[in-house]
Design a protein around this ligand. Structure first.
Ligand code: SF4
Length: 327
């Protein structure tokens, strides 16, 4: 934070806030679709990775409706910044220039998708990768390691451990199951109850859990070669799941295409381990306990999947076209 303040940013927030918000929307949507019997043939897929969404749209267009309609944390963040945050802070949203710092190259494309702009403005103005930010700091002769730790700005700087693990393969699934369990039973599970979805072995990992007496079958894959194997197995009826997490980059965002490169080393697993350690250290480990997310629903959105939440935080994956489909 200290380094970014020296670069000149006025407010520095945490995408973990909107990762928690994504879980509230995506977890609620999953339960609603499960209870409505919509996942009998094919599972619901996570939608927070734009590389994966694009893969699904181009390779398996007949399965696009199985994607969650929840936007990614980046896209939710942009929409909330230029609406709720602007209103409660008395800032003209026209004057906000929102810069997203991501481990991801495909998030650059995502912020250009017209139907992901719902605030009335361009929700996210520019996306910088973590590699690009590293270059900016070097160019400005800022040594982040030598600066004191500073907190995020309020109110969009609050995040839970569940949000932190979004960056690891299996993390979105685990975070979603933690809150889905709470939404169904009214009490929190052990935060590590769903850790069977963690790991790197095989083309994909699968696990079965019990939720209020019902069996829940889930699967997690990262890397598009693994993803194709999993989708082909689902389509052939060889495996059956209710909820599937896909991340386009091997190892998830820890191995994201925009991350700093260390020649000869693959750092995804090492980064993921750090994320799990941060989750364990966080006093809040459930997205539904994020205090800013709670306030946002109380003051502005009402509840997950409300009309307003749908307008701002969900999207129609058929509402934009791949370059090859455009005339
Ligand atoms: S897995 Fe890769 S493409 Fe997907 S959101 Fe993460 S960094 Fe971006």
């Amino acid at each position: 934070m200290a380094a970014l303040r020296r670069v000149g940013f006025d407010y520095i927030f945490d995408t973990n806030f909107s990762a928690d918000l994504t879980i509230m929307e995506e977890g609620s949507e999953f339960l609603a679709r499960l209870q409505a019997g919509e996942l009998q043939k094919w599972p619901m897929f996570t939608s927070c990775c734009p590389g994966w969404v694009r893969f699904m749209k181009s390779q398996y267009p007949d399965m696009v409706d199985q994607l969650s309609s929840a936007k990614s944390p980046q896209a939710m963040f942009g929409a909330v910044t230029k609406t709720w945050f602007a209103e409660r802070s008395g800032i003209d949203p026209k004057k906000i220039f929102s810069i997203s710092i991501m481990p991801c190259v495909s998030k650059k494309h995502e912020c250009d998708i017209p139907n992901l702009n719902d605030s009335g403005y361009r929700d996210v103005d520019v996306v910088l990768t973590t590699r690009e930010v590293d270059r900016i700091l070097r160019a400005e002769h800022i040594n982040a390691a030598a600066l004191p730790e500073e907190p995020f700005d309020s109110p969009l700087g609050a995040g839970t451990g569940a949000a932190v693990i979004f960056g690891a393969t299996g993390g979105v699934m685990e975070a979603a199951l933690r809150s889905a369990y709470y939404l169904v039973t009214g009490s929190n599970p052990d935060p590590d109850h769903f850790k069977a979805v963690r790991g790197y072995d095989g083309a994909w990992r699968e696990a079965e859990f019990e939720l209020a007496g019902a069996k829940l079958r889930v699967a997690v894959a990262s890397g598009l070669a693994n993803t194709r194997k999993l989708i082909e197995a689902i389509r052939a009826g060889k495996v059956k799941y209710d909820f599937v997490e896909i991340m386009a980059c091997p190892g998830g965002c820890g191995g994201g295409g925009g991350q700093p490169i260390c020649d000869g080393f693959e750092l995804a697993q090492e980064r993921d381990e750090k994320l799990y350690a941060l989750d364990r250290e966080n006093p809040l480990r459930f997205s539904h306990e994020n205090p800013t997310v709670i306030t946002l629903y109380e003051e502005y959105l009402g509840k997950p999947m409300s009309h307003k939440a749908h307008d701002l935080l969900h999207t129609d994956h058929h509402g934009w076209h791949l370059p090859c489909e455009e005339k």
